[in-house]
Ligand binder design. Structure first.
Ligand code: ADP
Length: 500
């Protein structure tokens, strides 16, 4: 593969074109490597930790991202004005914008990420499928090109069988998908999907996939350099989702065998090779009940859930991104990597799980992080700060690492109990519901988990039980340590019975 954006320049100062927890995360590693940092911020983020932690900070403009974090010229100008020689885009915002990556390079700055060409190919789900078609990577049955005509869609849908999923080729973040259960629903859904794709992504291309009714979402972390080396850092299981968006992630997956991991890993490496990929990337698969896996897409950036991989592999992915962007060859060999223990992550969204996960805003009147061995909090807020309405509602990620899955789950529940947040609704109690649920504990959960098991009533009931338990505990001078829920030895069913 032709490595057109090869460079051997040492990175001395990084501008982080992002905010919140991911900006803080990147600054921390940059400083460990003795690299200076420049934060950018909007008027809503004047007091944000990423602004304070960076060596310098540049105001971009008013709060809306379209007037601040998304203005490419201002960001490049800020990098030049401060003498930064590299830009890290984080995730979201401009991270998967091929045009921006190219502009950065055209201005003699290093883009900490893959080449614009790789971003472009993988940014389109259809182009991505086409790119990997030369390898024998399993695909979800469906169309391999954009489709407009409802009559043609009907023929294809009948062939693959309902239910089907209409997807926007340019879609992302769980948006632009429509499940169609029968022929009668097809025409209207298709028209809607096309117009939604046009208005949300500026590209009305849609295609059809077989809708896998109850799959698992399992993805592989890859890392490539500019010399053609690509390795994988095992899988992450991200099946607990709401609105097709992840809330809980873990590594490794409780159902993936060594043999399956190797196969998926090799397919992920081939996917990366198909587009000359370098930097950190993620190849996403869905897995059906018979443990067949299918390629979904590749994300050409650092993922929100990257910490669980860092915890089990001992690799700092941001450090690797920086080294690769400098033109260094990967020092880690596939055979050097082993899985150490188990890691879990809960995304703390400012959302009301009792009200259909509606975003909530307000002030973090009380904000006390849990701590302890194997407990990590990646966040971008402090006590007393306001959570602005303008951006993604994720305020923090709670990550735990244990020597095995049971230990990690117990540690997570303890950390959730220790996390004190007041003034804003979060997904903290929802997380507790998940980690205490037998189906999560036995590993058989799928992307249908929230829909099948969660209801606001259950959460309320949980809270009432908690109050009752607290009252009983107080009355009996119950020792705190004894209150840690133990993982039940529920009979392993479904997914778990197949994992051996
Ligand atoms: P996005 O780019 O919007 O994140 P993905 O293709 O990665 O879209 O899919 C997001 C989620 O949607 C998956 O994790 C899965 O839960 C669901 N999904 C996607 N494709 C299918 C499918 N063919 N069948 C069932 N669920 C699917």
């Amino acid at each position: 593969m032709n490595q057109t954006h090869f460079s051997m320049t040492r990175i001395t100062k990084i501008l982080i074109a992002n905010r919140g927890e991911i900006a803080v995360r990147i600054i921390k590693t940059a400083h460990l490597l003795n690299i200076k940092t420049v934060a950018v911020y909007s008027e809503a983020d004047r007091l944000a930790p990423h602004v304070r932690l960076a060596n310098e900070a540049v105001l971009l403009g008013p709060p809306p991202s379209s007037e601040s974090y998304l203005i490419e010229e201002k960001i490049i100008e800020a990098a030049k004005a401060t003498g930064a020689n590299a830009i890290h885009p984080g995730y979201g915002f401009l991270s998967e914008n091929a045009g921006f990556a190219k502009k950065v390079a055209d201005n003699n700055l290093i883009f900490i990420g893959p080449s614009p060409e790789a971003i472009e190919v993988m940014g389109s789900k259809l182009a991505a499928k086409h790119a990997v078609s030369k390898y024998d990577i399993p695909m979800v049955p469906g169309t391999d090109k954009a489709i407009q005509d409802p009559e043609e869609a009907k023929v294809i849908a009948k062939k693959i069988g309902f239910p089907i999923l209409i997807k926007a080729s340019a879609g992302g973040g769980g948006k632009g998908m429509r499940v169609v259960n029968n022929e009668g629903e097809l025409e209207e859904n298709m028209a809607r999907a096309i117009s939604e794709a046009e208005s949300s992504f500026g590209d009305g291309s849609v295609f059809i996939e077989k809708y896998i009714t109850s799959p698992k979402h399992i993805e592989i972390q890859v890392l490539g350099d500019q010399h053609g080396n690509v390795i994988h850092l095992f899988e992450r299981e991200c099946s607990v989702q709401r609105r097709h968006q992840k809330v809980v992630e873990e590594a490794p997956s409780p159902v993936v065998s060594e043999e399956m991991r190797n196969r998926m890993g090799q397919d992920a490496i081939n996917t990366a090779k198909a587009c000359g990929y370098y930097g950190a990337g993620t190849v996403e698969f869905i897995v059906d009940e018979a443990m067949n896996y299918y390629f979904l897409e590749m994300n050409t950036r650092l993922q929100v859930e990257h910490p669980v991989t860092e915890e089990i592999s001992g690799v700092d992915l941001v450090e690797q991104q920086i080294l690769v962007a400098q033109g260094e060859a990967l020092q880690i060999k596939q055979e050097d990597l082993t899985i150490n223990g188990h890691a879990l992550e809960l995304r703390l969204y400012a959302e009301d799980a009792e009200d259909n996960f509606m975003p909530d805003t307000g002030t973090l009147n009380v904000y006390k992080r849990p701590s302890g061995p194997g407990v990590r909090v990646d966040d971008g807020f402090d006590e007393g700060m306001e959570v602005p309405i303008y951006y993604d509602p994720m305020i923090a990620k709670l990550i735990v690492h244990g020597s095995n899955r049971t230990e990690a789950i117990n540690k997570m529940i303890q950390a959730i109990n220790d996390y004190k947040i007041e003034g804003i609704k979060t997904t903290l109690s929802f997380g507790k519901f998940v980690f205490e649920h037998p189906e999560f504990q036995n590993g058989s959960f799928t992307t249908k988990f929230v829909e099948s098991h969660f209801s606001p009533e259950k959460l309320k009931l949980g809270k009432q039980n908690e109050k009752l338990a607290a009252a009983i505990a107080a009355a009996m001078f119950f020792e705190k340590d004894n209150a840690i829920p133990k993982i039940s030895n529920d009979e392993n069913l479904g997914w778990n019975s197949r994992m051996q």
